[in-house]
Design a protein around this ligand. Structure first.
Ligand SMILES: Nc1ncnc2c1ncn2[C@@H]1O[C@H](COP(=O)(O)OP(=O)(O)O)[C@@H](O)[C@H]1O
Ligand SMILES: [Mg+2]
Length: 69
């Protein structure tokens, strides 16, 4: 669905979700990506998303170290 500039800073925060998210997922809580971030960071990785804006698609990235000593 794409990501607005307004949502971008909230995307990976607890409860951060777009006002339109309930239209595509009635179970939307806004906690999914926060949980993803916690797990990825616990593995010394990082996760982020890029989007040119609403209705322009989104690309999500996850980076994990091969050796996290
Ligand atoms: N694949 C996606 N593409 C675009 N926006 C997304 C995507 N996944 C989540 N979002 C946006 O980020 C918000 C937070 O997502 P998430 O933390 O997974 O919560 P939830 O899935 O419960 O809405 C969503 O409400 C939606 O606005
Ligand atoms: Mg989700």
């Amino acid at each position: 669905m794409g990501i607005s500039d307004e949502l971008k800073p909230k995307l990976f925060t607890k409860g951060g979700r777009d006002e339109n998210s309930l239209k595509v997922n009635i179970n939307s809580t806004g906690f999914g990506l926060s949980f993803v971030k916690d797990v990825v960071e616990a593995h010394k990785g990082r996760v982020w998303a890029e989007s040119a804006g609403p209705n322009q698609g989104s690309t999500f990235y996850m980076e994990l170290p091969v050796n996290s000593n």
